[in-house]
Design a protein around this ligand. Structure first.
Ligand code: HEC
Length: 148
């Protein structure tokens, strides 16, 4: 499939030249982000209002979201696919004013469930205990330029 091919090519090509992208991801960070996204590296998550951690299988991003170059989530149609376009484009989300994500606001959204337009995500989206390295890796993985 074309996107998988594009992903392979993008990874083989290594880091982008400076100026080509707004953020240059370190390849090892992208690889770690992929592991966090599919649950190979676990990430603790809770349902908002609950303190007990959810079982790992329930918090894997890929359970609910398709990632870059992946056409389906385990549960299709439940949550938006997460990729460069979804995160970096200025879009109206959940009835709020149009906004794009930056790395800091992405990390804040993961931890607090409040998006950059100050709209609270639905309860179905877990709140994650992601440290700086983990959310930076997820961000680098999700915004990699695979279709440009
Ligand atoms: C149990 C299902 C579920 C899991 C697991 C899950 N999400 Fe979500 N996520 C959602 C739902 C539902 C939304 C809100 C969709 C909406 O508002 O239309 C959402 C929204 C988001 C958004 C906001 C997207 C936007 O366009 O504003 C981000 C970012 C996000 N999730 C990242 C993640 C990451 C990263 C992980 C894994 C660490 C993850 N999610 C795991 C269900 C989930």
């Amino acid at each position: 499939m074309t996107l998988a091919l594009a992903l392979g090519t993008a990874l083989a090509a290594g880091p982008a030249r400076p100026g080509e992208r707004d953020e240059v991801a370190v390849p090892s960070s992208v690889a770690r982000g992929a592991r966090l996204f599919d649950g190979t590296e676990p990430l603790a998550g809770t349902l908002s209002g609950h303190s007990a951690p959810l079982p790992g299988a329930a918090t894997r991003c890929i359970q609910c979201h398709a990632g870059p170059g992946k056409s389906t989530a385990a549960v299709p149609g439940f949550a938006p696919p997460l990729d460069r376009r979804q995160l970096r484009e200025t879009l109206p989300r959940r009835g709020g004013p149009p906004v794009a994500y930056e790395r800091a606001s992405f990390c804040r959204t993961l931890r607090t469930g409040v998006d950059p337009a100050h709209v609270t995500l639905p309860r179905a989206m877990p709140r994650f205990d992601a440290d700086e390295g983990q959310c930076a890796a997820l961000w680098d993985y999700l915004i990699q330029a695979i279709s440009e």
